[in-house]
Design a protein around this ligand. Sequence first.
Ligand SMILES: C[S@@+](CC[C@H](N)C(=O)[O-])C[C@H]1O[C@@H](n2cnc3c(N)ncnc32)[C@H](O)[C@@H]1O
Length: 176
Amino acid sequence: MIVFIINIFFLLFIIVCGFSLIFSVLSFAPWVPSRGRDLKRIFKLADLKLGQVFYDLGCGNGRMVIYAANNYKVKAVGLEISLPFYLICKLRQALNRRGLIEFKFKNLYKENLAPADVIYFFGMPHVLNEKFCSKLRRELKPGTKIISYAFKLPDWQPKIIDKPSANDLPVYLYET
Ligand SMILES: C[S@@+](CC[C@H](N)C(=O)[O-])C[C@H]1O[C@@H](n2cnc3c(N)ncnc32)[C@H](O)[C@@H]1O
């Protein structure tokens, strides 16, 4: 009987993981990490100050969030809808108790982004649309930095486009 119940729980877990992975692909982006070699220039644009709040919308394995919290002494929040990646984030957080880190198993469209000083995302171009931009315009306070990796926001003038060479992906900096 106990083995049967464990099997049912395991099966449910696999189903929830599968559905959340499919949902994440359709909703914002599949898991493709930002390139490690680009972290320095991304965080140079972010120019985080002590005590600020950093958000990664769709934080994947949590690397950007942990990097922000550990290197800049900010509060770093990661939102992730895919259960396996969220669990990886929580594991990394447990092993890395240095910074002020919060991972939420949450749809990024359901989070109020008002507390953010800097938000970061790596979303697919077709989801960086008017609906997404109007959420940013509605919720973010004046002066919030928005950093988009690889793809630009429509109808929004970037303050900086960082692309050091033809082989590098662009990083777009916007400000509300
Ligand atoms: C392209 S990856 C970027 C990962 C990480 N931000 C990085 O730059 O390395 C996009 C992530 O967004 C997550 N995601 C997709 N849709 C989401 C949603 N609606 N809410 C929260 N996370 C979502 C995916 O599961 C995936 O981990």
